[in-house]
Design a binder for this molecule. Structure first.
Ligand code: CP
Length: 321
């Protein structure tokens, strides 16, 4: 069981993105996460590091992995965790994001975990409350804990991140996962490629420190990691691809395209997957190559490390009037 006295340095009040983190910050979180991987594999998974602390999950967009693993992470650290049912909350009566946040803030949470469809919404909210705020995904901007759990998965399977070549493939334009991963992998010294049709790349791709490919076989040549992205149809207004069938033909990962990568290349996907659209179902379930389920396991460990880093700091409680 984890030592309850041991701690690690993380000099940030919030986790709003990978932007602003140093290699040491990322390494400290990943090192700490490894302790929690072990704890989560024990029969007794709970400790009392955050006993007395209150964590609130506030998801304005659907989630399975992130919301469940944050809830589990908080509970395994001994905190009181509340997942607010946004659909049946006063948000449905028109209450704004900031009013909702201020209302919850008045109940003295120690950590707010927020997912929202607007890029920048979580940062704005963090400026209004006096507890720690964790970005669980804001629009097309950042999803920092996804990038951290991906990095943990890579580090465990490849023993390093520095010097690896990682291909991030598919709908980069709409992907906060891609933006956070590109930043983290660059910070940690990996070589990053993106492979996508021109319609699914952001305008500023040249400034992100990546090599750009429009052909899967060229983009996957000799890579160590193939990271597939979900085609985010819900964020698309108009047609970005001719048809899903054609998209799979040119950009869906199947064994034929995978041949271009190194023989021991890992297959990753943040989930949820569109099977048969961005990834062939047999490739996704290949127990020798795909680490998609391991990514989910790492998600709990990483979120425990993040909650430990931010949840132990006493919140700024305004004096009673
Ligand atoms: N990867 C990810 O964020 O999954 P969820 O949308 O299920 O949380």
């Amino acid at each position: 069981m984890t030592s309850e006295l041991a701690s690690f340095a993380f000099p940030h009040r919030h986790l709003l993105g990978i932007e602003g983190l140093s290699p040491d910050d990322i390494t400290a979180l990943l090192d700490r996460s490894e302790v929690y991987i072990e704890q989560n594999r024990q029969a007794n998974k709970t400790q009392s590091l955050l006993r007395g602390r209150t964590i609130m999950n506030l998801f304005f967009e659907p989630s399975t992995r992130t919301s469940t693993s944050f809830e589990l992470a908080g509970k395994r650290l001994g905190a009181d965790v509340i997942t607010m049912p946004v659909q049946s909350s006063s948000v449905s009566k028109g209450e704004t994001l900031i009013d909702t946040a201020m209302t919850l803030n008045a109940m003295h949470p120690d950590v707010l975990i927020v997912r929202h469809s607007e890029s920048g919404a979580v940062q704005l909210l963090s400026e209004k409350v006096d507890c720690a705020v964790i970005n669980a995904g804001d629009g097309m901007h950042e999803h920092p804990t996804q990038a951290l759990l991906d990095a943990l998965t890579i580090r465990l399977r490849k023993s390093r991140i520095q010097g690896l070549t990682v291909a991030i493939c598919g709908d980069v334009a709409h992907s906060r996962v891609a933006r956070s991963n590109i930043q983290l992998l660059n910070i940690m010294g990996a070589r990053v490629r993106v492979v996508a049709p021109r319609t699914l790349l952001p305008a500023a791709i040249d400034r992100l420190g990546v090599e750009v490919f429009h052909d899967m076989k060229e983009g996957l040549k000799d890579v160590d990691i193939v990271m597939m992205l979900r085609l985010q149809l819900e964020r698309m207004q108009g047609s970005f691809v001719p048809s899903l069938r054609e998209y799979f033909h040119f950009f869906g990962l199947d064994y034929q395209k995978l041949e271009a990568a190194k023989p021991d290349a890992l297959i990753m996907h943040p989930g949820p997957m569109n099977r048969g659209v961005e990834i062939d179902t047999e490739v996704a379930d290949d127990i020798n190559r795909s680490v998609i389920q391991q990514q989910v396991e790492m998600g709990v460990a990483v979120r425990m490390a993040v909650l430990e880093a931010l949840g132990r700091t006493p919140r700024n409680i305004a004096p009673a009037r």
